[in-house]
Design a protein around this ligand. Structure first.
Ligand SMILES: [Zn+2]
Ligand SMILES: [Zn+2]
Length: 177
């Protein structure tokens, strides 16, 4: 059996909508989104263009001289790549320019990184195991040698040398300093 429905049509293109607001908005020209700093057209969901974002990050970041930078990894936003040192980074710029048959333009700075060491989180492991216990379970009362476990894991964690690097937008490394 058919039923009657009320609909609204867009006054411009004539497309039918169940909701009046949808019909009103149908052909309304969408304001192009603009960078809040330079006004260049950008795509949602961003509110700022890449160049302005990088500039803002640069301005806010603490600046460290390369000669005083102690972490074994750099992040270059332009290349979107990690580098182990300045030489590797400069080589990448040189190679890219050579490929294009251009003169290389070397960066004066890049972002730093933070180290994340391999580490067992014993609290998370305990919480996971506790899920299978009873409601009144209390690790401090019901477990044997809990302190020994913490001490052991702490010592064991300290012996690990594996680490990963992550870009750190709060640190700028001045490559020629
Ligand atoms: Zn329309
Ligand atoms: Zn911008």
């Amino acid at each position: 059996m058919s039923i009657k429905i009320d609909a609204y049509t867009c006054e411009k293109c004539g497309k039918a909508w169940l909701l009046k607001e949808k019909a009103d908005d149908c052909c309304k020209e969408k304001e192009p989104r603009k960078c809040r700093v330079c006004g260049k057209k950008i795509e949602p969901p961003y509110l700022i263009c890449c160049a302005c974002k990088t500039k803002e990050r640069y301005e806010k970041a603490k600046k460290i001289k390369y000669s005083e930078y102690k972490i074994g990894c750099l992040w270059d936003e332009h290349m979107e790549q990690y580098f182990y040192d300045k030489e590797e980074l400069m080589e990448a710029y040189r190679d890219q320019a050579l490929e294009k048959g251009e003169q290389p333009i070397y960066p004066e700075w890049c972002f730093g990184c933070v180290e994340k060491h391999f580490k067992i989180n014993i609290d998370a492991a305990l919480e996971f195991a506790e899920e299978d216990m009873y409601d009144e379970f209390d690790r401090n009362q019901d477990l044997v040698d809990l302190k020994e476990l913490y001490d052991f894991i702490e010592q064991w964690n300290k012996r690990q040398s594996a680490k990963a690097y992550y870009m750190d937008y709060t640190t700028v490394v001045l490559l020629n300093a």
